[in-house]
Design a protein around this ligand. Sequence first.
Ligand code: HEM
Length: 84
Amino acid sequence: MSEQFTPTQVSTHSTVETGLYIIIDGSVYALDKFVDEHPGGAKILKRVGGKDASKQFWKYHNEGVLKKYGEKLKVGVVKEEAKL
Ligand code: HEM
């Protein structure tokens, strides 16, 4: 079973030092090791660290990109925030 993160937990991994997590369609990717080889540049990825970047992702890529890199970079899935 894959690891589960709330959006708040993902948001605590917003920098390269903390893993540079981003959410795409409910999956969580750690881009800290990929950021320097990203063909679109490091800067744009660092701007969305810790956030849901689904909209930006699908603006610039197609399904083939996730097929090629997805499994290698995926660290888990998003779950709902814990209710108080
Ligand atoms: C799992 C996350 C990501 C992976 C594996 C990834 C991978 C790639 C790859 C392989 C390319 C080369 C073009 C292509 O093959 O389609 C690319 C280009 C690009 N990516 Fe990403 N990317 C990711 C996330 C993002 C995000 C979140 C953004 C925006 C916030 C972004 C912005 C761009 C841009 C602007 C380009 C250049 C497009 C162009 O030159 O037309 N990427 N990315």
